[in-house]
Design a protein around this ligand. Structure first.
Ligand SMILES: [Zn+2]
Length: 316
């Protein structure tokens, strides 16, 4: 009898919830932070894409130059791109003339659509491999985000880069130089880090995250470490990670150290003939410093497996 009553209550609660939570169509709103003269970042939430954040979770940036505005990684949907445009309009009346996409993962570049709609002549830069991946996987990323956000993501079309860039290339926009860094496969096989030379700012993409763990399914961990070591030698004052707060070297070193410890631990246990799933439990206590990072429990075991495959490959 009690169970039946509970059942009825539960059903009516569900019905009530369904009615009271229509699809949230309100715009995504986060404010931009001024990092230094003319450089702004909108720091996204650290969580994974969900119904509430509508898929927004990265760190879009923009740079005001004398010849227009340059955007870095306008986010995961048309809605996030529109938010970037609204934040730009608060500080500049100039048009957006260029966009840089740090890598192929959809949370960083699906916002291109909004920029392209507002400024049809905008040049969108990406690494050659990133451009190809975006052209083939764009619709797939949209499907993934639609599902993860339970449909709250703004309807979005895939707009991949229309121009490729290479290691060490410098793109001048007005008085500002944007220098491209790519040292081979790192987070993906088509990453770019964008250095805003005169401002001493480096947009790192997902080469480093702060207080949140990335997916490393497309990564080469050794390459990721090498790329971060290169980033640390540059004359940079402000590092902007793909996710997490902006700061000095202290915001990219913890992730570098995590990867270095991962590599060392897996290599050692590989010598002891352990398999990746056996390593995970043995290694876990050494990683206490990263345990409270968002996504640690979900990703740690997967990172061990990625590293295991790399060590195994190197052994042959
Ligand atoms: Zn990524």
């Amino acid at each position: 009898m009690r169970l039946i009553t509970l059942g009825i209550v539960l059903i009516s609660l569900t019905a009530c919830t369904d009615k009271s939570t229509p699809t949230n169509t309100k715009a995504i709103n986060h404010s931009a932070t001024r990092i230094t003269d003319g450089v702004f970042v909108i720091h996204g939430p650290l969580d994974l894409p969900n119904k509430n954040n509508k898929g927004f979770m990265n760190n879009p940036g923009f740079v005001i130059t004398g010849k227009g505005v340059v955007v870095i990684d306008p986010g995961s949907s048309r809605g996030t791109g529109e938010m970037v445009l609204r934040e730009i309009q608060k500080v500049s009346s100039q048009p957006v003339v260029a966009v840089f996409n740090s890598h192929e993962h959809g949370d960083h570049w699906l916002g291109n659509e909004a920029i392209k709609l507002a400024y049809p002549n905008v040049v969108i830069y990406g690494h050659e491999n990133m451009k190809q991946a975006a052209e083939s996987d764009g619709d797939n990323w949209i499907k993934i985000f639609k599902k993860a956000t339970e449909g709250t993501m703004t309807p979005t079309k895939s707009v991949p880069p229309n121009k490729t860039v290479k290691q060490n290339e410098i793109i001048k926009v007005g008085e500002v130089s944007f220098r491209i860094h790519n040292y081979g496969q790192a987070h993906t096989n088509g990453d770019i880090m964008v250095e805003v030379v005169e401002k001493k700012v480096l947009f790192v993409g997902d080469i480093a995250l702060y207080k949140r763990m990335p997916l490393l399914n497309d990564a080469n961990i050794k390459g990721n470490i090498d790329t971060l070591n290169n980033a640390l030698t540059l004359n940079i004052k402000y590092y902007v990670p793909g996710h997490g707060s902006t700061g000095g070297k202290e915001v990219i070193k913890p992730f570098r150290d995590y990867l270095v410890l991962m590599k060392k631990s897996v290599a050692r246990l590989y010598e002891d003939n352990l398999l990746d799933y056996e390593m995970k439990t043995k290694m876990s206590p050494d990683f206490i410093a990263w345990r409270n990072w968002i996504g640690f429990s979900e990703e740690f075991g997967k990172h061990v497996s990625v590293m295991y495959l790399e060590v195994e490959k190197e052994a042959f």
